[in-house]
Design a protein around this ligand. Sequence first.
Ligand SMILES: *[C@@H]1O[C@H](CO)[C@@H](O)[C@H](O)[C@H]1NC(C)=O
Ligand SMILES: *[C@@H]1O[C@H](CO)[C@@H](O)[C@H](O)[C@H]1NC(C)=O
Length: 296
Amino acid sequence: MIRKTGCATAQILALLCTSRMGLFETCQIPQANYLGAFADGCTPVTAEPAATSTTAVWQPTAGSSWQIVLEYPLNSTSYDAPVYDIDMFDNPISTIEELHNLGRKVICYFSAGSYEDWRPDAKNFTKSDYGDALDGWPGEYWVNTKSENVRNIMTARLQLAKSKGCDGVDPDNVDAYNNKNGLGLTKADAVDYVTFLANGATALGMSVGLKNAGEIINNVLPLMQWSVNEQCEQYDECDTFQPFIENGKPVFHIEYPDSAPNVTPAQKATYCDDKTVAGFSTILKDMDLSDWIDAC
Ligand SMILES: *[C@@H]1O[C@H](CO)[C@@H](O)[C@H](O)[C@H]1NC(C)=O
Ligand SMILES: *[C@@H]1O[C@H](CO)[C@@H](O)[C@H](O)[C@H]1NC(C)=O
């Protein structure tokens, strides 16, 4: 139901685009060239091969293994995975260089959709930029993603990621529409904001992924190099993220077993053998995202 809405939006864009440009090859709206966007109940409007607007950036392969540590600055690079997702602010350039020297790629995490009162650039937000508190995350508030000031701050964050040598970015909290955000933010606002972030990252030669936000996949998939998903098995919605796999893009998928870091082989098997996560890069972590990891 939700996905049909995304599909309809993509189709309207495609139609506008074709009628304006005449030729698909010259169309600048990325969704218009994207066949996958019309799957799941819609009729494809073109038989042209899917094009992406992101030829210059790193594209990890679907199924890549990975590690994510956000609780503290990374203090061990020994876990054998080609992709690490770490906090952009908390980690020094030397850590990113060390990972690169080991042949690993680095995704830098930051929150794009929330104000966090402890970040070094927190004072750049004005009071009118933020709305309701995030449930369960002290000191964190949803931000108005339409604010020019907020967008300037995010552009500066992307530039910081670039200057630190990050291969890609993991902008979190882009699904305000699923939460009581106090700012009236909608799904359409999320599509617009994610597009803004993707264009900003791509312009700097960095990849970008979609964090959760399954409802807008059809609108932004061509702009994304991967999905970072939390708890799709717990919420029984992993099939929503399969379009990434169908397009050769990883779903970096985390489940948080209550008993972590104690997970029995039987428990692990229930996560890893589930058919709905076929092709995903599934890992088990604790909620704080320490360096403990158990991968499927
Ligand atoms: C990394 O630092 C954390 C927090 O200080 C600590 O709990 C953890 O044991 C450390 N890990 C390694 C491998 O040193
Ligand atoms: C915000 O704050 C930081 C740290 O004080 C500063 O370096 C940066 O240039 C500022 N501007 C934006 C747009 O974030």
